[in-house]
Design a protein around this ligand. Structure first.
Ligand code: NDP
Length: 493
């Protein structure tokens, strides 16, 4: 009896009639004064917040990152300072194109977004389960995503839009091949790798900079659905990945990933055979071998989905001392776009929501705004410099300078080395990385998807895309053309 809780309104007023509204007589009209009815209905009407435009459907869990290898020669970031050091994290994995209610087994890249709650502030590493992306300039992003969403007339997904975009943007080919392989339909979230995808930088105690790529290798092993299995699971359990992650953690079977990095010196970056900041290309692991750093383990489910997953907000802008950005154009665009999206979705004070809040010191002169819930700086001055508080910017956090001398323009460096070469790495992927069975399912998945192209531009779109496949690998082009019943004049290729 003692632990029984009284029912109260949002303002804490205990009340009894939760299911019956005040009315004039048992059958009469309702009274305006029953504010509890209004409160319940008004709150319900406002339960939804804007859905993320991309990565709307996702799952997250808390865990621990443990350093197993010393990388202090590359970074002074405190979370990497000593072997054995542990940092609390939250990882959200997601599909990209579907709405919040879409199926977890859709063919799509998967988001792999990490928040490290470090003593130097929260570090968000917001990547995918692929090391590359469809485009390399953020100005194309909204056009690209429109093609992955619904057709403005039919309100249905459209293979025509998808392949029209891919065929007009040959730099997408590398990611298209990853997407169309069986890794485009991973078996839940535990059996896939994660990648920071972009190039970042690391800065060591001597303020020397090196560029890095982050790789999270699944300890559970790679496991994928075939296209047929993914389709079947879409009907059987559209929340397969959520259920799989949640139940494995509930059962104490904690998923793990090994963090490895690739490192490129500034000197190597200046002389690399192609732009190393191009998100449509990888750094060969033979040239830039993986260096082991630590282990990520997920070991705690959020206790409330909306509070801790829907309101979870990442921003690649958030890097900590010892880690830096790079001139990757997509990354640069995301530095601006992600905090902007969170301010729209959750409000200007979104970083005060408990799951987003830095557990260590937060101290600045930002004040007010909707849903300010942290005391708003209390009686402390709201301007800097001032004669009253003891806040002083710490010069140990001065960022090393970078030298940049060039012309300002809306650059597409068509003649830059490798800049217009979109086919070498996809060709290598097809020829040297995929097994024979993986090649066959890649081809079948592409043929199945491209068969959905309809309308008067069908032939034009298919032909344009076929040229890209041929340029990557002759056998790939022939296989797709054959599957689509298109006669190829080999003289032309
Ligand atoms: P490596 O042979 O050193 O590495 C090949 C990489 O491909 C490994 O990371 C491997 O990871 C991954 N891989 C294997 N099968 C698949 C698959 N079906 N789908 C996606 N990735 C797969 O070669 P290079 O580093 O020189 O790269 C060669 C090609 O490999 C690249 O052109 C690129 O297409 C692809 N690749 C490269 C990556 C990189 O960061 N360099 C990362 C992923 C792919 P696993 O251990 O899981 O098999």
């Amino acid at each position: 009896m003692n632990d029984q809780k009284k029912l109260t309104t949002a303002s804490g007023i205990p009340y009894y009639h939760h299911e019956d509204t005040q009315s004039i007589g048992p059958r009469g009209p309702l009274l305006l004064q029953d504010f509890i009815l209004h409160e319940k209905m008004a709150h319900f009407n406002r339960e939804r917040i804007p859905e993320r435009i991309v990565h709307a459907k996702g799952s997250a869990a808390y865990g621990t990152f443990t350093v197993t290898h010393d990388i202090s020669r590359y970074t002074k970031a405190k979370l990497f300072s000593e072997i054995g050091k542990q940092t609390r994290i939250i990882l959200r994995m997601s599909t990209v194109g579907g709405e919040k209610g879409s199926a977890d087994t859709e063919r799509d890249p998967r988001g792999f977004a990490l928040k490290f709650y470090t003593e130097d502030g929260n570090w968000d590493l917001v990547g995918n389960n692929t090391p590359v992306f469809f485009i390399k300039d953020g100005k194309k992003f909204s056009d690209f995503i429109h093609t992955q969403k619904r057709d403005p007339y039919t309100n249905c997904k459209s293979a025509t839009m998808v392949w029209d975009f891919f065929s007009h943007n040959p730099e997408s080919l590398h990611q298209v091949l990853f997407l169309m392989s069986d890794r485009g339909t991973p078996y839940g979230y535990r059996h896939m790798h994660g990648y920071g995808s972009h190039t970042y930088s690391m800065i060591n105690a001597k303020n020397e900079r090196a560029f890095v790529k982050f790789h999270f290798r699944t300890v559970q092993g790679i496991k994928n659905f075939t296209a047929g299995e993914a389709l079947q699971m879409k009907g059987e359990d559209p929340d397969f990945a959520q259920r799989d992650l949640l139940s494995s953690i509930d059962q104490g079977d904690f998923p793990k990933w090994i963090l490895k990095i690739q490192v490129m010196t500034e000197e190597q970056a200046n002389h690399h055979s192609f732009n190393p900041f191009d998100l449509t290309k990888v750094w060969s692991q033979k040239e830039f071998p993986l260096i082991e750093v630590g282990q990520l383990e997920l070991n705690e489910n959020p206790s409330n989905y909306f509070a801790e997953v829907e309101q979870l907000a990442f921003a690649p802008a958030h890097i900590v001392d010892g880690i830096g950005h790079s001139p990757d154009k997509m990354l640069q665009a995301r530095i601006l776009s992600y905090p902007d999206a969170q301010r729209y979705r959750l409000g200007v004070n979104y970083e005060q929501i408990p799951v987003n809040r830095c557990p260590y010191l937060v101290n600045n002169y930002e004040r007010d705004g909707r849903m300010r819930v942290d005391g708003n700086g209390y009686e402390q001055p709201n301007y800097y410099p001032n004669s009253f508080d003891t806040t002083k910017p710490d010069e140990t956090y001065i960022r090393p300078s970078e030298v940049l001398e060039n012309h300002i323009a809306d650059w597409y460096d068509r003649n830059g080395p490798g800049e217009n070469e979109h086919f070498f790495q996809p060709g290598t992927f097809y020829r040297d990385v995929l097994s024979v069975e993986e090649k066959r399912s890649l081809e079948a998945n592409i043929i199945d998807s491209m068969s959905g192209i309809t309308g008067p531009k069908r032939e034009e779109i298919i032909n344009r895309q076929l040229c890209h496949f041929f340029r990557a690998d002759m056998a790939l082009g022939i296989a797709i053309a054959k599957g689509l019943d298109i006669k190829v004049d080999m003289q032309q290729h």
